[in-house]
Design a protein. Structure first.
Lengths: 339, 339
């Protein structure tokens, strides 16, 4: 599946910015893919895109209406259905990150059938996968892993793609979550795949490359130390068979997200990722640490980055605050000398 | 979901015993739950149950027709649909381990609706699960883990249930695969659960017990060292939060099932299971080793069991050949002294 662009971003009438997190994530990274935003009366979110109606968006060439907001419960309210049907009738495809499938709504399903529109439910994998094989594939792969969920794994992978491409390296971001799929126009929300096929889906997401020097930058999920999601994390680690990984960390968090478990150390994550990852790639190694320092002052952030670098002997940065150059420098230099 | 008994075992017209593996597994362990078998002309499998027609089974009180055989491709051939519909019309529920859902066949769906029959697709989880929480639950849990897939994890867990119950210990087998679900009348085929909910489903499968001394014997899946399925294995390990585990091993295998990877040692499995399992149960420990010695002579089997016991300082047995008493003895003695 490949979601056609430009996108017309639908925000509905959500009460705050948080409910439009998916739309904001897409606009952050792919502003040039986005033609404008459609907001209903009362909408309190704003991506900064030009406001327009669906008819205006269609006239200006929008190809896909992206439902980039969630309402309470993750369902599609009736008055949003109106907009979706209007977009389909105007010739657009529709992509959604909602828990419910677009086609489960009869009016949307009928409109899509009638007008030949494609419906992309990015939280639902439609393709069938093989089980993972663990066979080494050509090309290089870098996976972002985390001490916890929501610590910057997607951001780091996309920033690395940009940083590598900026210096002429062949690099492709590989999405494994819903926002990432909309940002890359393809990929799979791995948490929605049936358990038997996690590593198989991860193999599909980062396929063999003709170019032995090409980097797949694979978006990590969860944490090997998160009691809710470690199975997804391990299947992704085995399937993506990374040569290199970057540990992402948020230094002010005291418990794992959504549960009461303590955070592992960065060292714990490095050691366990290598211990488990070498099953499908014996050459796996840690190539950097990405710290989300948003909650720290500039001085504290710089001090933490420097201290962590000294402790681990690895390039350390906050990709948002300081960019990813230290990690890209290291990767570029290191893999010049590796087979 | 609880599948009503007695079962009437449907074998169709499969060409060999292997295609009736599920039926044979159920009859091995739950012969007294099975009223008889229904075989179509040309059937080459035989569970040893009394042959009868669906009408005879219904008259004698069968509650559920169990489709205990698979045909090539895992689909339900038209002439099997006849039998399923006949069973529904005779008042039975139907349970199936096929990949396709019974209700995806319009004739079966309509008959079930009309007659109020329940359809159990044991390869498909119908209930919704929460994500795993990793919170310690009351009661004791033992998980069977493996150096590989298909090394006796289900057999060992059921044999331990029997062995414990025989000496008056409170013990319940907890199924995580399709045959296990039919053997226990409940449970979830974990490999069919959506990835985000693996550990949550495992928590649901072995719920909190009022009795602190009650043992859940949880059927393991896959192996932490299998590149296709380790994610399922880890989610199950975290969700079942075992106090104790038994390593199951097949000594003649040279590569992991279905892939080219070498087998881990029993020591590798013990160490990694403890390293990962302590996230949700810091007291996790290995309490025994179950070796499938089917391919060995009696003398070679005894020698291997003894040598492995000396190497690991743990009770070692072949549950089929020598029974599970050595492991139950050890568990009973050990946990008398533990809080």
């Amino acid at each position: 599946m490949e979601i056609e662009r430009p996108y017309l971003m639908f925000l509905g009438d959500v009460p705050d910015m948080l409910a439009a997190k998916t739309a904001i994530g897409v606009v952050d990274w792919r502003r040039d893919w986005c033609l404008g935003q459609v907001r209903l009366a009362g909408c309190k979110a704003d991506t900064g895109l030009a406001d327009m109606t669906i008819a205006e968006g269609a006239r200006q060439g929008a190809k896909t209406l992206v439902v980039g907001a969630v309402n309470a419960g993750g369902v599609l309210p009736d008055h949003w259905v109106e907009s979706v049907v209007e977009a389909i009738e105007a010739g657009l495809d529709v992509a959604s990150g909602l828990h419910m499938r677009l086609g489960d709504n009869p009016r949307i399903r009928e409109a899509a059938t009638k007008h030949g529109a494609k419906l992309f439910d990015v939280r639902h994998a439609t393709q069938r996968f093989d089980t993972g094989k663990g066979t080494k594939r050509n090309g290089r792969r870098l996976l972002t892993v985390g001490t916890d969920c929501s610590v910057g794994k997607k951001y780091t992978a996309i920033a690395l793609e940009q940083g590598m491409q900026a210096r002429g390296m062949a690099a492709t971001f590989r999405a494994t979550g819903q926002t990432g799929v909309l940002i890359s126009g393809r990929g799979v929300a791995l948490d929605a795949v049936v358990a038997d096929f996690i590593s198989g889906a991860a193999e599909w997401i980062s396929p063999e490359s003709d170019d032995a020097q090409h980097w797949d930058l694979v978006e990590g999920q969860g944490s090997l130390f998160h009691p809710s999601f470690a199975g997804v994390t391990l299947g992704l680690l085995h399937g993506s068979q990374p040569d290199a990984f970057v540990v992402c960390h948020e230094p002010t968090r005291t418990t794992m997200r959504g549960v009461r478990h303590a955070l592992p150390t960065i060292r714990d994550v490095i050691d366990m990722t290598i211990a488990l990852g070498r099953l499908t790639n014996p050459a796996i190694r840690c190539v950097g640490i990405a710290i989300n320092t948003k909650a720290l002052t500039e001085d504290a952030a710089r001090a933490l980055v420097q201290a962590t670098g000294e402790e681990y002997g690895l390039p350390v940065t906050d990709p948002v605050r300081f960019g990813v150059d230290p990690i890209v420098d290291h990767v570029e230099a290191l893999y010049k000398t590796l087979p």
